[in-house]
Write a protein that binds this ligand. Sequence first.
Ligand code: NI
Length: 175
Amino acid sequence: MAVLPIRIFGDPVLRQETSEISEVDDALVRLVEDMIETMYEAPGVGLAANQVGVQRRMFVYDVGEGPGVVLNPKIVESDGEWSYYEGCLSIPELAWDVVRPKRVHLLGMGMDGEDLDVEADELLARCFQHEVDHLDGVLLVQRLDSDRRKEAMRVLRNRSFDGSSLAAPAARSDI
Ligand code: NI
């Protein structure tokens, strides 16, 4: 297994849509293992394939109950509202209170090729929404209201992410 470099805001790969996976092969198994190790090393509670430069529709996650993988995820239903202080591994050091649906119904495929059908709530639901956004080329800043988005873009434009200025991990989860 290997820790992969995580692509950072500004990398065009993060804005591109990913393609569906039709077959679980050895390369995909290795990618999943590397992505899980990368997620734990970061640390984060979720990681989408395009965050490590792979344009495939797949993410890994662990919200504290062990690692999981979803291929070809699709949110088919959502309801409620839930506010969470949300960060992103591709946007280091920044986080915002973001309101999103509290519950989602996610469909996808597991590594065994079987259909997945998950009802998720709170942090797991947040993680699923954040990762599906990544796979659609949507970043967290696009989920902010226009005032906060403008401020975020100002901060991001004026900063270089060379890793040297990274603060100690804050009390939040990066997804
Ligand atoms: Ni993210």
